[in-house]
Design a protein around this ligand. Structure first.
Ligand SMILES: [Zn+2]
Length: 478
């Protein structure tokens, strides 16, 4: 069986395996996984691996909405076992205080049109007309990075977030004028600033580069001023254009981590892993902009298997301004509950190896045979901890899962006796989830069974049953 996407991994190299977050050499396949896995530097505001995160456009029920709002943020948080509510506009102190009593990390949000109604300090085209993003209504006006009026409006809005008690803030559309239609600002402030820029960079200085430099400097300066106001570092995530380029964009140096959007076309695991590797240890959180339950479930599992995160599919902005998507607990809480149940096998674990069907056995730390032809595996280990279990995330990418065979080089496992267990999500059952949430004991949301291992010829071989779509194999030293 041949995985149609597999060619990408082969091209990346028989001697250089693609591992989520880093490239690993062939020699690494002879070393124990806990030596290959490398600890990552803590990043301010970034989630723990076991975090369950979600966003709101604004808190629900929205009392100012024209129609009665059927959604309830606090109920959703309980149903999905959420630990973080991020990228939420219009937070106020009482609501944030309620979230904090539930133990949540809370993230506010800023757009690039703060103070839009004043029309002061807005992105202006070459013809002197105001321009904005294609996806904004015409009366939402993007601020100019060089305009003092917009700087004041941004800071006012950011301070409101801090005063509401948020832990961190998401910046949407951080590219500002660079993604207006047409792009870039030609207002009086920009013309003055470009004159100074040319004195510094020479008469051939590029206007587009000047605009990007202005926007980057805007974010950095505004964050500095907000930190001074708050008396602490306010971590900032941003909606990077990673889905277009497969790598972090030029706004990245001003931010702590990425909270971006992906669409179905970005979904192939190999493409996704290349983006994770290109991000070079920058924490990656994603909204998946699609309503297909199977795709949402596969992508959610893929993110946790690769040390990234998918926000739960609830209040998700859809392409083309289609109605926002509110997924149900019946479709997804088995997976978010599974994350909580496996916190001990997620937190502290880092990438060590990966495989898909067809990787040449001799060059790989592990291999998958048979099954649907679309099964994947990612090994994660606790760096420098030989006594800790090694975990292997197993992901079925086919519509219908089929049993498959997993072979792991025993060198990676330290050539020692092991017990293997397979942990899988439990089919959704509302009372079980309610009890787990009430007691904060999520152990009932993972089902564990011992998996017989055959050791021969330097391989540990296990037969994996069909997955829906995610399982975590735990290899414990005996
Ligand atoms: Zn301007």
């Amino acid at each position: 069986m041949k995985n149609p996407e597999f060619g990408t991994i082969v091209r990346i190299g028989v001697t250089l395996l693609l591992v989520a977050g880093r490239a690993v050499s062939a020699e690494d396949t002879l070393r124990p996984f806990w030596q290959v896995a490398q600890a990552r530097k803590p990043v301010p505001g970034a989630p723990q691996y076991s975090a369950v995160t979600v966003r709101n456009l604004r808190p629900h029920p929205c009392l100012s909405a024209k129609e009665p709002d059927p959604y309830d943020t606090l109920r959703m948080i309980q149903e999905f076992h959420v630990t973080r509510l991020e990228w939420t506009y219009q937070l106020d102190p009482p609501f944030v205080a309620q979230l904090k009593t539930l133990g949540l990390t809370v993230g506010g949000a800023l757009e690039d049109d703060s103070g839009s109604a004043s029309k002061l300090g807005r992105v202006t085209g070459k013809d002197g007309q105001l321009v904005t993003h294609r996806w904004f209504p015409r009366d939402r006006l993007v601020g100019c990075a060089n305009a003092p009026e917009f700087r004041r409006a941004w800071l006012e809005e950011a301070k409101r977030n801090v005063d509401a008690g948020v832990d961190l803030i998401q910046q949407d559309d951080p590219q500002m004028a660079a993604r207006c239609d047409p792009p870039y600002c030609y207002c009086q402030y920009c013309q003055q600033a470009f004159a100074a820029y040319r004195q510094k960079h020479g008469p051939l200085a590029d206007y587009e580069q000047f605009q990007r430099d202005s926007i980057l400097a805007f974010h950095q300066e505004m964050h500095r001023q907000l930190d001074a106001y708050a008396g602490r570092h306010i971590p900032f995530s941003h909606n990077s254009a990673i889905r277009f380029h497969g790598k972090p964009d030029w706004t990245n140096p001003a931010f702590d981590f990425i909270n971006g959007e992906l669409d179905a076309r970005n979904l192939a695991p190999t493409t996704f892993c290349q983006a994770v590797t290109a991000a070079n240890d920058i924490p990656l959180v994603f909204c998946f902009r699609d309503t297909a339950v199977l795709d949402n479930r596969r992508f959610l599992a893929l993110t946790y298997a690769t040390g990234t995160w998918m926000m739960l599919p609830w209040d998700v902005f859809m392409p083309g301004n289609a109605p926002r998507y509110f997924g149900s607990a019946a479709d997804y809480a088995d997976l978010s509950g599974f994350v909580r149940a496996n916190a001990g096998y997620l937190d502290g674990y880092e990438a060590a190896a990966t495989t898909a069907v067809g990787l040449p056995q001799g060059a790989a730390a592990l291999a998958i045979e048979a099954g649907s032809g679309q099964a994947y595996a990612w090994v994660r280990a606790r760096p420098g901890e030989p006594d800790a279990p090694v975990v292997i995330h197993l992901l079925e990418w086919a519509q219908t899962g089929q049993p498959f065979v997993l072979r792991v080089r025993t060198a990676g496992l330290g050539n020692r006796p092991l017990v293997a267990k397979l942990r899988v999500p439990v089919a959704y059952n509302e009372p079980t989830h309610a009890k787990a949430q009430a007691t904060r004991d999520f152990s009932s949301l993972a089902q564990e069974s011992v998996l017989p291992l055959t050791i021969a010829g330097g391989d540990a071989t296990a037969h994996i049953p069909a997955l829906h779509p995610w399982g975590i194999m735990v290899l414990e030293p005996r």
